[in-house]
Write a protein that binds this ligand. Structure first.
Ligand code: HEC
Ligand code: HEC
Ligand code: HEC
Ligand code: HEC
Ligand code: HEC
Ligand code: HEC
Length: 290
């Protein structure tokens, strides 16, 4: 899968332009290719005249190319054909074989004896760092800027709310964040440009790679890494899926509550710096009206 990830990255960045004048999203899946034997396209996923995968193979929205990409509703049920899918990978598996597709979970960084598996570090760091050291940002030797390091393996919208959070908090929120970090001895790191990134909320490391006595080592764990973050279906989920757009927008306008929590209830968490289940993570930055 790592190979797939890299291929995805390289391949897709070279085919980033659509025929129209709109620029295709960076790192988009390839299209206008005839599927090889490795791929099994479901019968009701239409190919184009040349028997290639094309916009309508994957997207249920009509005339995808003519849509305004900026305004497209990625949460609509038919954004992905026959959606919605619980996980984006469930969609990938409609065509790709699951087996060769299973990826090494690089977040599993410790072996049975709780020793560090060096090669997992090297996905992101140029060398294996000593977790005992006190390191400056410049000494982390990251292969990519921290705001980009998760892409290639994870999509840029792994979940609702991930993308719209990649902005710079205002001064008031910045102060709130740094007070929170000091008081609770955790880190909620922002990018060089001061923006929120994946690792602001998520820890990339398995628990105990970095000592829990250190701010960077503090994280929530109540699930194992094979299961990941798990959810229980909530009755909101049906409503959400039926007429997401209208209802949810109305709901969000009326309340400044955490809307993630309202369509899927998080059951167990992992790789998060603070629990989101009870809103603690959100409250490090937000002040929700009661
Ligand atoms: C093999 C499946 C596949 C094909 C073919 C395909 N797409 Fe996509 N498309 C995806 C996936 C998967 C995503 C979601 C990417 C993500 O979440 O980061 C996506 C996302 C998009 C988005 C939203 C991107 C964003 O992040 O704003 C647009 C717009 C889009 N596709 C347009 C098109 C158009 C136009 C075509 C035809 C030229 C096309 N797609 C062909 C799978 C496909
Ligand atoms: C409609 C079917 C379809 C869906 C859905 C789909 N793919 Fe693909 N994918 C293809 C086809 C066809 C190719 C071209 C390679 C081939 O035919 O073997 C391809 C190629 C790729 C490649 C390049 C691999 C290589 O060996 O060249 C990657 C990476 C990839 N897909 C990832 C994904 C991911 C991630 C998703 C889900 C977000 C996804 N695909 C969903 C049909 C699909
Ligand atoms: C998925 C990417 C990724 C992987 C894999 C990874 N790291 Fe990191 N690491 C980061 C990022 C991003 C930071 C900076 C933010 C932070 O501290 O969480 C970091 C920070 C660190 C720090 C500094 C923590 C501090 O006290 O500030 C140490 C030490 C470290 N990593 C060690 C490791 C070791 C050891 C491994 C292998 C077991 C590893 N990392 C694997 C992305 C990664
Ligand atoms: C504002 C905080 C925040 C940011 C920023 C954020 N996440 Fe998340 N992430 C969460 C929370 C909370 C969950 C738990 C599920 C949920 O609430 O949707 C989660 C869940 C996940 C999951 C599990 C999803 C699943 O379906 O099981 C993945 C993977 C993930 N995040 C990756 C990322 C990546 C990659 C980025 C950066 C592009 C990112 N996250 C940015 C808070 C965040
Ligand atoms: C080399 C590939 C790779 C990189 C880089 C990577 N991840 Fe992952 N991540 C995985 C795999 C594999 C899993 C296991 C689940 C899966 O297959 O989706 C996973 C799982 C997760 C989960 C738990 C998801 C779940 O299934 O509930 C979170 C959260 C997550 N990653 C966040 C991040 C963040 C944040 C970064 C960047 C600091 C990152 N990952 C970088 C490959 C990667
Ligand atoms: C690291 C700080 C940070 C964390 C943690 C955080 N947020 Fe945010 N959030 C922001 C910023 C900055 C904005 C944009 C400014 C604003 O609307 O206040 C934002 C905006 C939002 C919005 C409005 C989105 C939109 O499209 O207008 C919602 C809803 C939201 N956050 C919910 C959550 C939830 C739920 C959590 C916890 C899972 C969370 N946030 C965690 C900083 C954060």
């Amino acid at each position: 899968m790592i190979r797939l990830c890299l291929l995805l990255f390289l391949f897709l960045s070279t085919s980033a332009y659509a025929k129209g004048d709109q620029e295709m999203p960076a790192m988009h899946h390839l299209y206008k290719v005839e599927p090889s034997k490795e791929i099994s396209i479901p019968d009701d996923f239409p190919l184009n005249k040349n028997k290639e995968i094309d916009c309508q193979t994957c997207h249920g929205i009509e005339d995808m190319k003519q849509q305004d990409f900026e305004k497209i509703d990625k949460k609509s049920n038919d954004f992905f054909r026959e959606g919605p899918y619980d996980k984006i990978t469930d969609f990938c598996y409609r065509c790709h074989d699951t087996k060769p597709y299973q990826r090494d979970n690089i977040h599993k960084m410790l072996d049975e004896e709780n020793k560090i598996i060096k090669k997992t570090c090297l996905y992101c760091h140029e060398k294996q760092l000593d977790p005992e050291d006190d390191l400056e940002k410049s000494e982390l030797k990251l292969r990519l800027e921290p705001e980009n390091i998760c892409y290639g393996c994870h999509l840029d919208i792994p979940h609702f709310n991930a993308l719209n959070h990649q902005i710079k908090p205002d001064d008031e929120m910045q102060k709130r964040i740094s007070d929170y970090e000091k008081e609770h001895k955790i880190i909620l790191p922002l990018s060089e440009a001061g923006k929120i990134m994946c690792v602001t909320c998520h820890s990339p490391h398995e628990l105990d790679v970095i000592s829990q006595n250190k701010p960077a080592g503090k994280q929530v764990v109540n699930n194992d890494l094979d299961k990941g973050i798990t959810y229980s279906k909530h009755k909101w989920n049906d409503v959400f899926n039926k007429d997401k757009k209208d209802r949810l927008n109305k709901f969000n306008l009326k309340s400044s509550k955490a809307h993630i929590l309202n369509y899927q209830r998080i059951e167990k968490e992992i790789l998060l710096r603070l629990p989101a289940k009870d809103g603690a993570l959100c409250l490090a930055c937000h002040e929700f009206e009661k």
